[in-house]
Design a protein around this ligand. Structure first.
Ligand SMILES: Cc1cc2nc3c(=O)[nH]c(=O)nc-3n(C[C@H](O)[C@H](O)[C@H](O)COP(=O)(O)OP(=O)(O)OC[C@H]3O[C@@H](n4cnc5c(N)ncnc54)[C@H](O)[C@@H]3O)c2cc1C
Length: 448
């Protein structure tokens, strides 16, 4: 069902800044808007800004659009989340405030309605995540590309933008304020949207170019790093438990003192920890941090100690290992923890000494694991950091520094939790930029 776009002849990738000679002549048709990047933010922005004679060109590095969208949600595309849109604001760290106008202006319900109106209904899955009913990212991409086609957006694939420039009045023959180079090829437009995504999963085309373009136009970039990424643990003791998961475990991050605590599902991997609870926290985790993971749900140290004391009295003849199963502890995890604290696997509850109990309580209520490193950009689902939000108007997505320049999607210093929050942000910021652009173009027309 994948929609292919017509690949353009491979463009020269060698261009840097545009020479005066090239700037003067041979420029292509003057466009109203150029969007760099055909991810969900760029495509949705282009489709929403196009039509009514507005000429929009999307330049995409890859031969086909939406490569990252295709791998999202393991190819099933967790497009957004159920619930009140205001509850979304807590899922983007400090960026929630900035996203408020975008999210309230185009909500999760608006997004669902957009796709439903075009024949792609959504279904609610575990924990409130929304997916297309077909559970195929490809179908989401197809709707976006068809919408672009319907609105006569020109999407050019295989076009790596190599530089962008903002020019003074009359600097480009035939007018236009932005000159966008794809090697030797140039395009000029009145307005420009940078929607190049972040730096994670570089094979999908998102290699961080948007940061360079923004920087070249005077913007600052908040330090970038991998986010929504698994962590590798030093001297990891649970490699044989890879594949086992804990539901709603309490996870605390310590860097000298406690930095953060959150509950979430944890997955043991061969080299460390993953699962939504770890991925969501990863934006706050740094190498060297100690993670304390509770294996016993909501029970705190004192509760657990009391519970074990009670069991020693009431279930003295029972095997400690089988009693731990009553706490919801997976059997293999219980066996491994007993091994680590050097308690015999067949110990009866009544034979548990005070030292044994304290050692067990220590490990079960907050097993300490030292972070060796976070997964790199190759395994991170999103990038934290990006175009500084202080320099972008949250009500329009327009740059506060460069008139006519807009940003949308992950290129901004925005990263959300797992659960559909990142795609919702891409769509909401994309359409907000488009609406602001349309208003601006119609105001300009009215003034002429
Ligand atoms: C494995 C994985 C699974 C994910 N699953 C989910 C999920 O289920 N739900 C969710 O909400 N989020 C998910 N995400 C995150 C989500 O996919 C991204 O946040 C989202 O795609 C960002 O959209 P965007 O349009 O801003 O950027 P992108 O989708 O990254 O698109 C940017 C586009 O710009 C193009 N580009 C870059 N540089 C240039 C250049 N120089 N010239 C021309 N084009 C350029 C790129 O090729 C790319 O196509 C997942 C991410 C990954 C990696």
């Amino acid at each position: 069902m994948k929609k292919s776009i017509k690949p353009s002849p491979k463009c020269d990738q060698g261009g840097g800044q545009i020479s005066d000679e090239r700037r003067r002549g041979g420029a292509t048709e003057l466009l109203d808007l150029i969007v760099i990047g055909a991810g969900p933010a760029g495509l949705f922005c282009a489709a929403s800004a196009s039509g009514d004679g507005v000429k929009v060109l999307v330049l995409e590095k890859k031969r086909s659009p939406g490569r990252k969208l295709l791998v999202s949600g393991s190819g099933r595309c967790n497009i957004t989340h159920d619930g009140e849109i205001r509850s979304f604001l807590d899922h983007y760290g400090d960026a929630g405030r900035f996203l408020r106008p975008a999210l309230l202006g185009f909500t999760n319900r608006d997004l669902v309605a957009f796709f439903e109106d075009r024949g792609l209904p959504m279904i609610r899955m575990e924990g409130g995540k929304l997916f297309p009913e077909t559970q195929r990212s490809r179908d989401v991409l197809e709707v976006l590309v068809e919408e672009c086609e319907a609105q006569k957006v020109d999407i050019k694939g295989g076009k790596t933008v190599t530089s962008v420039e903002k020019l003074g009045e009359g600097e480009v023959e035939g007018g236009g304020r932005f000159l966008v180079a794809c090697g030797d090829e140039r395009h000029r437009s009145r307005l420009l949207v940078i929607a190049c995504g972040g730096r994670s999963y570089p094979a999908t085309g998102s290699t961080g170019d948007g940061y360079s373009f923004a920087r070249s136009l005077g913007h600052s970039i908040a330090e970038i790093g991998p986010a929504l990424t698994p962590v590798r643990i030093k001297d990891y003791p649970f490699s044989k438990l890879a594949g086992i998961s804990l539901t709603s475990a309490s996870i605390s991050i310590f860097r000298g003192k406690k930095v953060k605590e959150q509950n979430g599902d944890v997955l043991f991997t061969h080299q460390g920890l993953s699962g939504p609870g770890i991925l969501d926290l990863s934006r706050s985790i740094r190498a060297g941090d100690v993670l304390r993971v509770s294996f016993v749900g909501d029970k705190n140290r004192e509760d657990l100690e009391q519970w074990l004391r009670d069991r020693s009295q009431k279930d003295g003849a029972r095997n400690l290992r089988s009693v731990l199963a009553d706490l919801g502890l997976p059997a293999r995890l219980a066996a491994r923890v007993l091994e680590i604290v050097e308690i015999p696997q067949d110990l009866k509850c009544a034979s548990m000494t005070r030292e044994m109990r304290i050692g067990l309580v220590d490990r079960l209520s907050g097993f300490p694991l030292v972070v060796e490193e976070l997964g790199g950009f190759d395994s991170a689902m999103v990038t934290r950091g990006g175009v500084s939000l202080k320099e972008v108007d949250s009500k329009t997505m327009e740059s506060k520094l460069v008139d006519g320049l807009y940003f949308a999607g992950e290129v901004l210093d925005v990263d959300g939790d797992t659960g559909g929050y990142n795609l919702q942000a891409a769509f909401s910021t994309g359409i907000l930029a488009a609406r602001s652009i349309l208003k601006r173009l119609s105001d300009q027309e009215g003034a002429q």
